[in-house]
Ligand binder design. Structure first.
Ligand code: GLN
Length: 204
């Protein structure tokens, strides 16, 4: 099984390390050809506007759009979530998003005071202890489509943002508004790896 990590900008190494902890040797994706043969792809956090430009200049954007439309499993964190969404508010007008998960997101939507914060998230699908979640100039998920399963919302005590979806899934696409790759908790990466495996079985 081969999982790729989009390696144009952002916290690529951290995702590769998280997958390595789970026994998956991830392949960095910098060119369109490096998408060939992937069973899943991770879109890391970084800056979605910069990523969008690099997707265009590298030629990876169009290939990736095709692969996602054909059902390639994907895991997007923070800026990666923005890239996978259908609708982006407060983005650059020319910024690209792939529409792989039906949601409206607002870039940097948690406001200045709360540009970065941490909390413990209850994610029933992952079981056990709360998941440590680091939010860095995170996107706010403002609305989700009927096919989106909300796996976690911000807990009480996070002010006006409480109740916002922060981990979601639609088919083989998982997104998190925070940075699971920055903590040692690998449960969300594990969930994605399992999903990629299942998806691979069903395509055989
Ligand atoms: N604010 C960034 C963006 O718009 C996302 C931040 C992040 O990935 N940490 O792309």
């Amino acid at each position: 099984m081969t999982i790729g990590v989009l390696a144009l900008q952002g916290d690529v190494r951290e995702h590769v390390a998280a997958l390595a902890d789970l026994g998956e040797a991830a392949r960095p994706v910098r060119t369109p050809g490096e998408l060939d043969g992937l069973d899943g792809v991770v879109l890391p956090g970084g800056e979605s506007t910069t990523l969008s430009m690099l997707l265009a200049s590298s030629g990876v954007g169009d290939e990736l759009a095709g692969a996602l439309a054909a059902g390639l499993p994907a895991f997007g964190t923070c800026a990666g979530l923005i890239l996978l969404a259908t609708d982006v508010l407060d983005g650059r007008p020319d910024q690209r998003s792939f529409g792989a998960i039906t949601m409206t997101v607002r870039r940097n939507g948690y406001g200045r005071q709360a540009e970065s914060f941490e909390c413990g998230l209850d994610v029933p699908a992952l079981g056990g202890e709360p998941v440590p979640a680091v939010f860095i100039r995170a996107p706010v998920v403002e609305a989700v489509g009927p096919d989106v399963e909300v796996l976690a919302t911000l807990p009480a005590g996070t002010g006006a943002a409480a109740g916002r979806p922060v981990v979601c899934r639609q088919g083989p696409v998982v997104v998190a508004a925070y940075h699971p790759e920055l903590t040692g908790d690998r449960r969300l990466h594990q969930l994605f790896v399992e999903l990629v495996k299942e998806h691979r079985e069903t395509r055989r």
